[in-house]
Design a protein around this ligand. Structure first.
Ligand code: ZN
Length: 245
């Protein structure tokens, strides 16, 4: 079972998708019920509103949509986040790779977190690079409306998240590939592995145990050593219970 696999592995890596955050009531962007398939907002599709082009041409509406739909200030880490943090603290997990931008792994206590799509907790000035916290874009109210501007150089301040039309965070991606390539156990949770970059990352794994935990079938079920169609939070809490009592 999973707890034994984790306890006997030398280097376990976790790779998580949106399903890890949905258990904290954060909607999955690309799932059937997610934002991606919701009707147009302000006359635009969500993926258009969250594109680089839209950000550059209509930052006012971008920030309005972004703040209303991509930030969940009251979201709390769920059982999956807490279990992963506990495994790391006990040297049973080396790395968390996430496609989520909500910072809930760090909120749960995880230290080594690779955020492929960035984090909505970080913002930076596109001119001078000065960084700002999340509150800065909420506090932004000035003559330009709600567009946050840099205190130092008046440049536009943007979220450090990967928008549509943009590349994944290169540094995080390289580190993720290295982590997966050197792992002997890879646990993949809360993703159907249909969307880039998830499927591509799996190709780098050559370890002993590939474990897939997802409520529904995934494209890689037949390649895995262990497949569990269940809630990720439920399964990881059982692991913690089994190991630590
Ligand atoms: Zn600046």
């Amino acid at each position: 079972m999973l707890a034994n696999i984790i306890q006997t592995s030398k280097n376990t890596v976790f790779f998580g998708g949106a399903g890890v955050s949905t258990e904290s009531n954060i909607p999955d962007f690309r799932s059937e019920k997610g934002l991606y398939t919701t009707k147009k907002v302000y006359g635009h599709q969500p993926e258009e509103l969250l594109s680089r082009t839209f950000f550059e041409h209509n930052p006012q509406l971008f920030f309005q949509y972004y703040k209303e739909n991509l930030i969940y200030k009251n979201a709390k880490p769920n059982a999956a986040h807490l279990a992963l943090a506990k495994l790391e603290q006990n040297n049973l997990l080396s790395t968390v790779i996430t496609q989520n931008i909500d910072g809930l792994h760090q909120a749960a206590g995880s230290k080594n977190v690779l955020e492929l799509h960035g984090s909505n907790h970080r913002q930076y000035c596109i001119q001078c690079g000065k960084t700002y916290d999340l509150d800065y874009i909420f506090d932004a109210q000035n003559c330009e409306g709600i567009i946050p501007k840099c205190r130092e150089c008046r440049g536009l301040v943007r979220p450090d998240v990967v928008l549509y039309e943009e590349q994944l965070n290169k540094k995080a991606l390289d580190l993720a590939i290295e982590a997966i390539a050197t792992a002997d156990c890879l646990i993949v949770g809360g993703t159907s592995l249909m969307v880039y970059p998830a499927a591509g990352l799996l190709r780098h794994f050559s370890g002993t145990h590939l474990v897939l935990i997802n409520k529904t079938e995934t494209a890689y079920d037949k390649c895995a050593n262990l497949v569990i169609h269940e809630s990720i939070g439920k399964i990881l809490s059982q692991v913690i219970e089994h190991i630590f009592g």
